[in-house]
Ligand binder design. Structure first.
Ligand SMILES: [Zn+2]
Ligand SMILES: [Zn+2]
Length: 131
């Protein structure tokens, strides 16, 4: 096993892309992965706080409620909205996405960013995915 490089990998920051992705989410064409609400926000699968990059392969689209729930905001039920939205449910739905063919580009990004072993640990810890 290689000795870990103590320097953290430089994080890619791209405010222009993030503005474009925010606009795309607001276009109504990229529905929420969890609840299919039309208007969404970009969410980093590998969290920014953990070194996740502003690259499309690290981004999924969640509506404001599901996004807030993932990040721990209290969920306020409203008529017509599914009652099960909490952080655990959002993680579960994201896990199913990451395991599907559509999510493979995100997993490839994580492996490229972190290496296979660390990516597997992250997927298990964050999403409960067994490799
Ligand atoms: Zn949603
Ligand atoms: Zn987020």
């Amino acid at each position: 096993m290689a000795i870990a490089d103590p320097r953290p990998a430089r994080r890619i920051v791209d405010p222009v892309l993030m503005r474009e992705l925010a606009d795309a989410g607001q276009s109504g064409r990229l529905p929420c992965l969890v609840c299919a609400e039309r208007y969404t926000e970009p969410h980093h699968v590998r969290l920014k706080s953990q070194g996740g990059d502003d690259v499309e392969d690290n981004i999924v689209f969640l509506c404001k409620r599901c996004h807030g729930a993932y990040h721990g905001s209290p969920y306020v039920p409203e008529s017509g909205f599914p009652a099960r939205v909490d952080a655990g449910w959002v993680r579960f739905r994201l896990a199913r996405y990451l395991e599907s063919d559509k999510g493979q580009h995100v997993r490839a990004y994580l492996v490229g960013k972190m290496g296979r072993g660390a990516a597997d640990v992250y997927l298990k810890r964050e999403f409960g995915i067994q490799s």
